[in-house]
Structure formats: C-alpha cells, structure tokens
Design a protein around this ligand. Structure first.
Ligand code: HEM
Length: 567
C-alpha cells in the first residue's frame, strides 16, 4: 500500500514538475522508452535482491500502475480545475482532452459547424481543448495572423515530421527558418513571373471549357478539381497531369480522398496522427502521391541547367537549392514536402472556389446576367480573352471574393500559439502558451460584421463596399494576404479588400496565382457557355454538406453546360 501510494505521489509530482512544462507531443516514444527501461530496471533490482519472480512482477506492476494513475489523475484534475484556461467557458470534456474535439469532428466531419454551436452556447471565447481556445472575434484575426503577430505555429504543424530538415514551408515551426524559406516560394509565385504562367493556364481552361460542354451533365466538383490539378502540374512542376484530357482524377491521388476525413478527425490530436502515420501501411493511400511528387523532383534535379531561367514554382525552389541560397528547402525530403503542399494546398482550394462561384451564379440569375454583360462588354470577341483584359472585369473579382467569404476552402484554419507572456484580445487576457483557433468561415459570415451576412452579394466588395462596411469586416480566406489596392493594378493583380490588414508571415503565397486561375476560368465560362443545374440537382447538398477536412471537401454538384448561342 505504501509503495503504491508513494508511486502515485511520484506520478503527480512528475506531471506537475516535468510533463506540464515540456512540449511532450513529440517525445512520447522517448517517454515510452523511459517507461520500459524503468520497468526492466525495477525487475532487475527486485530479482537481484532475492524477491521471487511472481512477487517481483506484481510489485513492479503495482509501482508502474500507481505511477500512471498518479500522472493521469493529476493531469485530469489540473486540466479541469487549476489550468490557466479554467475561466474560459467550454464543454467539460474539452477541458480534459482533445479527444472531445475529435469526437465533435467525427460526428459528421463538420467541425466548422460544431464551433458555431459552441459559440452559441459559450460565447466568443470557447475552451475547445485542455490548452486550446477558439476566439470568434474580429480583433483576434490580426493578433493571430497579421504581420505584427507574435503568435507562432503550434504542435499541430508537427504531425508529419518534427525534423526541421524535412519539413515543408507550411510545417516549419521555427519562425526565422520559415521566414527564409518563404522567400524562395515568393519568387516562384511573384507578380512578375505570373505572365509566364498565363499561356499554360489559358490552354488548360480551353480544354476544360471544351470538355464540360459536350452535352451531358457533369460533376462540377470533380471537373474543377481536374482543372486545378492540371494547373498545379503545369505551373508547379512544368508537367502534364492530363486529368482534363482523360476526364478522371489523377491515379496518384485516388487513395487520398477516402483518408481525408479520418485524418482531419485524428488531426485534432496531432501527436496521435504523428504516431499512427508511422505504423507500416497506415499511409498506403498516399504512397502513389508521395512517389509521384518525389519522382518529379528527382527529374527536376536531373534536368537542372544553371543557365536556364526557372519556369515553374518547383524550379524556383530548385534554383535556390542549387545556388545554396538560405531560402532553399534544406534537404530533398523538405523539397518533396514542399511539392506535396503545393499540389494539395493549391488544387483543392482553387477547385472548391470555382465550383462555389458556379453554384452561386446559378442560384442568383440576376448576378449571372450582370457578370455576363460585363464579360461581353470587356471581351466582345473570343480572341479578346487575355489575362490583361480579364483583369479589368472587377465584378469577377467581387464574385470570387464573395464565394471565398461564404464558403472559404479553408473553413476553420490553422491554430497559433500565444507568446509566453500571453496576449490581450479585447477585454480578455489569453495566457501564454495557449493554442488559439480563429475560425475563418464563422467570422466571414458573422452578422455583427457583415450585413445580410448569409446572402451572396458580390457588390459588397465593389460599388457597395462602403454601404456594407466591407473594409472593416474580417475577410481572410488566405489568412491575411497582400494588400496594395482595392482592385487590380500593375503592382498586384490580386484584389485586396483589407487595406489595414497587411500580409501575415504564414499567409498563403499562392493567392495571386489563385486569382489568375479563377479569373481566367470564370471569364471564359461566362464568355462561352450557358449553364444551369442538371435535372434532379437543386444545389441543396452542395450548400449544406461541406466537410471540414482541414481545408474543405464539398459535395458533388451536377451542372449542365452548353455553348452559348450568340444573338
Ligand atoms: C482558393 C485558393 C487558396 C486558398 C483559399 C488558400 C488558403 C490558404 C490558407 C488559409 C493558408 C494558411 C494555412 C495555415 O495557416 O496553416 C495557406 C497556406 C499555404 N498555401 Fe494556400 N490557398 C489557396 C491556394 C494556394 C495555391 C494555388 C498554392 C500554390 C501555389 C498555395 C500554397 C500554399 C502554401 C505553400 C501555404 C503554406 C504557407 C506558409 O506556411 O508559409 N495555396 N493557404
């Protein structure tokens, strides 16, 4: 009894003095090794001192079990009643473990909506995990994601690897290393290199328009993905993925879709995902995709010519690598990771936005008519369809932005950790070392900041901007993007609506490329095609059944496209 009690007390002390003060997430294997070693040492100790074998196993088992009970009991009591977040309201289960968030996410894979329900019940500051809160306040956006933010990426970003030599730019948690690596990326998607991508994007959009207008209804969710994936192949790798020509998903990503829902649920507990993904066979669905990316990188290395100007995003990273520039990915593994982030981060998001714009245009015939009239005016002939001309149709930008507002392809967004000395958000003090989520879709549809918040009104980003108070409202689908002008201009072809909210350190570098792809696709569709819901489709599922899979997985949407008959 005495041994058991002492072991339990030791467990409590271990939690209070050691475990509570260390970021344990990625040292669990180390902890397990220490536990096994301790077990073996204790066994050896008792046996050497002449304790019979059975009694030895019993004694050591009791010591370890008591120690573990002490640790877990201390953790639960501490999290429930003494934690620095004890005054932030939230479900009791969320205080104890992130398993609660995983449970919410697993119900229907709609964590974005679950957060909305929690907000209704607990207010704008909600405790969503033992040391995690969700803040549904505009003021939190800039504090977490703005250029002057002192908040950093959390352990959530370590779910693939903890080795800084192997992380992608997205999963690099060291702020300084990340800052350096962003430079190579920014060269690859800079405004001045975009024109070199235009012919490739135009060619793919033409194939897209040809393919979808063959007469029968098409699943716009899939076809938008084929287009976006092909664009990332051409602009990212300089490679034909041929999804549009063959009318199918790339075989390499076939196995990935099914695992996205599971991953996003388990991803609520990053360390668990980290360890599960190390079980042999656990990432089988990704093998083809990983191989495709690493093969392409390998080919790029083989074909590298120092005197040739880079003509795709990965070549810009390769140039930095070959020239030993500090912005380069630090290893081939890191290179591979960057290429995967580019494909995954760049294709699904762009595709989702394109489908969303089509959905809203069909639902709002007056807006569709206005958009078409403007396109016809700016591009009277087929040959007028050039990016230079398309950029001038600002109503297209307004439509894209309104789609990104209502249904952002990243519905919730990545967590950030507060600095050691904490952070003031309005009147609430958030203690240090706390993970914070600022949910994108909830804030972008919040009636406190957006008039007629659930309605599709592109003009709120254009001529009715002042009337709708858009400048002051939280709009951050790319986190906080570059902000140079209201509408396209020479310096920045991407529109910006948050003049006071300049670029955050971790914001999306692909924003300009995204606008270019979407502007080209949408303008060509409007110029060339009529479209309406396919028989039996009314868009309800597409409107309501989005899954939160770190980004978003929208349902199918069946649309009938046909060539426009010019009158
Ligand atoms: C509609 C289109 C897109 C949306 C809404 C979007 C949104 C986002 C968001 C919200 C983040 C921040 C994620 C986080 O905080 O963890 C992000 C990061 C990122 N995006 Fe995008 N993205 C889009 C398109 C693209 C494209 C086309 C590319 C490829 C060129 C791309 C590449 C990246 C990369 C590399 C990061 C990581 C940046 C970093 O951590 O420094 N994205 N994106």
């Amino acid at each position: 009894m005495q041994t058991s009690l002492s072991s339990a007390v030791l467990g409590v002390l271990a939690h209070i003095l050691v475990f509570r003060n260390v970021e344990l997430d990625n040292f669990l294997l180390g902890c397990l090794t220490i536990a096994v070693t301790s077990y073996m040492s204790l066994l050896a100790f008792f046996l050497v001192h002449g304790t019979p074998i059975l009694a030895t196993f019993w004694e050591v088992g009791v010591i370890l079990a008591s120690f573990s009970v002490g640790v877990f009991f201390s953790i639960l009591i501490y999290r429930a009643f003494f934690h620095r977040l004890r005054n932030i309201p939230g479900p009791f289960g969320a205080r104890l473990s992130k398993l609660y968030a995983a449970y919410l996410s697993s119900k229907e894979v709609k964590y974005h909506e679950e957060l909305g329900k929690l907000q209704m019940e607990y207010g704008d500051f909600i405790r969503t995990g033992p040391r995690e809160i969700c803040i549904v306040r505009k003021s939190a956006v800039r504090l977490m994601h703005g250029p002057d933010s002192v908040c950093r990426k959390t352990t959530w970003y370590s779910q693939v690897t903890t080795d800084p030599m192997k992380t992608s730019v997205h999963t690099t948690r060291d702020h300084e290393v990340h800052r350096r690596r962003r430079k190579a990326w920014e060269r690859g998607v800079a405004i001045k290199v975009l024109p070199s991508y235009e012919p490739r994007i135009s060619e793919l959009v033409e194939i897209f328009v040809d393919q979808i207008s063959q007469g029968s209804p098409v699943n716009a969710t899939d076809w938008s993905m084929f287009l976006a994936f092909d664009i990332m192949g051409k602009v990212g790798f300089g490679k034909d993925f041929d999804c549009l020509v063959e009318g199918r998903k790339h075989p390499a990503i076939g196995g990935m879709d099914e695992s996205m829902e599971t991953i996003s649920t388990i991803g609520q507990i990053p360390w668990l995902l980290y360890y599960l993904s190390r079980i042999p066979g656990a990432t089988a669905g990704y093998t083809g995709f990983f191989k495709m990316c690493s093969d392409e990188i390998e080919k790029k290395f083989d074909r590298w010519q120092p005197d040739q100007a880079p003509n795709d995003i990965m070549s810009w990273l390769l140039k930095a690598f070959m020239e030993k520039d500090p912005s380069a990915p630090p290893s081939k593994e890191a290179f591979n990771e960057d290429s995967r982030v580019m494909i995954v981060g760049g294709s699904g998001t762009t595709a989702t936005t394109l489908t969303t714009t089509l959905f809203y245009l069909i639902k709002n015939p007056a807006i569709l008519h206005k958009a078409r009239t403007q396109v016809d005016f700016a591009l009277p002939n087929s040959e007028d369809w050039t990016y230079e001309n398309v950029k001038k149709i600002t109503y297209i930008d307004d439509i894209i932005n309104e789609a990104l507002r209502l249904k952002p392809p990243v519905l919730v967004g990545g967590p950030r950790v507060t600095p050691a000395n904490g952070l003031q958000v309005d009147k609430k003090f958030i203690p240090g070392d706390v993970n914070v989520i600022v949910p994108i879709q909830l804030l972008q549809t919040d009636p406190r900041y957006w008039k007629r918040s659930k309605e599709f009104i592109p003009e709120r980003f254009g001529e009715k901007r002042e009337e709708f108070g858009t400048s002051d409202a939280p709009f951050f689908p790319f986190q906080l993007g570059k902000n140079l002008s209201l509408h396209s201009n020479e310096k920045d072809p991407s529109p910006s609506y948050d003049t006071d909210w300049p670029t955050g350190a971790y914001s999306c570098p692909g924003k300009n490329l995204t606008y270019m792809s979407l502007r080209m696709a949408l303008s060509r569709i409007l110029q060339e095609l009529e479209f309406k819901f396919a028989p039996g489709e009314d868009g309800t599922r597409f409107d309501t059944e989005w899954k939160e899979t770190f980004g978003a997985t929208p349902p199918d949407l069946f649309i009938e496209f046909s060539r426009r008959v010019q009158d």
